[in-house]
Write a protein that binds this ligand. Structure first.
Ligand SMILES: Nc1ncnc2c1ncn2[C@@H]1O[C@H](COP(=O)(O)OP(=O)(O)O)[C@@H](O)[C@H]1O
Ligand SMILES: [Mg+2]
Length: 239
């Protein structure tokens, strides 16, 4: 089966003055369309670096990153921004909603930027997304008026504004209490049910049963793959 996300021998080095630090070493992985994937590891293990390479926010020092059929590092920065908007939704730990826009305006702005949802359908589409994450009643409020969990659900709705095939989330529940975190995780599961490929990064323990793959990072290297489905030929694979 074809991989929607594929990394081959990816290394990312950061140079600061005389010192070079290798944040990712020879990372290889493949995610199939529709999979629910967790990337786990301690703080500093390279999780965010990995996610930033998948979204094209950052570039590898060597190796290849292919996402949704595109070798994304062949693209210029402006092509990348357009490509990202159409293909990937991104959810951050601290939500990153624009504080001076209402919740629905935040979502409309994401649609405006990518310009694939027809103008006259945007408001309805935004409301549908807000219904899906159960905060449509807050559509016309400013982010500060919402709880953390509600803001994160708004951020998820915004990430889905342009119907991306892939949703990535960097520590999306890191700033939420456990009940709220569970409701955010439920939204991700629902998205997977609908066919979206979801990659979630976390330093917390995960329920491995819930994921198609759990990828463990340690000091910039993948130390373990765990494939959830016993019927999957990759089941039980590790490095
Ligand atoms: N822009 C950068 N410049 C220098 N070092 C960086 C940069 N980004 C990340 N690092 C280093 O790479 C390592 C992995 O960082 P990161 O991917 O953010 O880890 P995680 O998300 O797992 O906590 C850390 O030691 C971090 O300090
Ligand atoms: Mg991180």
């Amino acid at each position: 089966m074809e991989n929607i996300i594929e990394l081959e021998q990816v290394t990312r080095k950061f140079t600061q003055g005389e010192r070079t630090f290798t944040a990712l070493k020879n990372v290889g992985l493949g995610v199939r369309k529709g999979e629910y994937v967790a990337v786990v590891g301690k703080s500093g293990s390279g999780k965010s670096t990995l996610l930033n390479l998948i979204t094209g926010i950052d570039h590898p020092s060597s190796g290849h990153v292919r996402v949704n059929g595109t070798d994304i590092h062949d693209l210029s920065e402006s092509e990348l921004a357009r490509w990202r908007g159409r293909n990937i939704g991104i959810v951050f730990q601290f939500f990153q909603l624009i504080p001076t826009l209402t919740i629905i305006e935040n979502i409309l702005l994401a649609m405006e930027f990518v310009n694939i949802v027809p103008k006259n359908e945007r408001r309805n589409h935004a409301r549908t997304l807000l219904e899906m994450v159960s905060i449509v009643d807050h559509a016309n409020k400013f982010p500060a008026a919402l709880s953390g969990g509600e803001q994160q659900r708004a951020a998820i709705a915004r990430a889905l504004a342009n119907d991306p095939d892939i949703l990535v989330a960097d520590e999306p529940t890191g700033n939420l209490d456990s009940t709220t975190a569970a409701s955010v995780r439920a939204v991700f599961s629902e998205l997977v049910t609908r066919g979206t490929t979801v990659v979630v990064v976390t330093h917390e323990e995960v329920d491995q049963q819930k994921f198609d793959q759990v990828i463990t990072l340690q000091d910039g290297e993948i130390t373990h793959f765990n494939f959830g489905d016993p019927g999957d030929e990759r089941h039980g694979k590790c490095l």
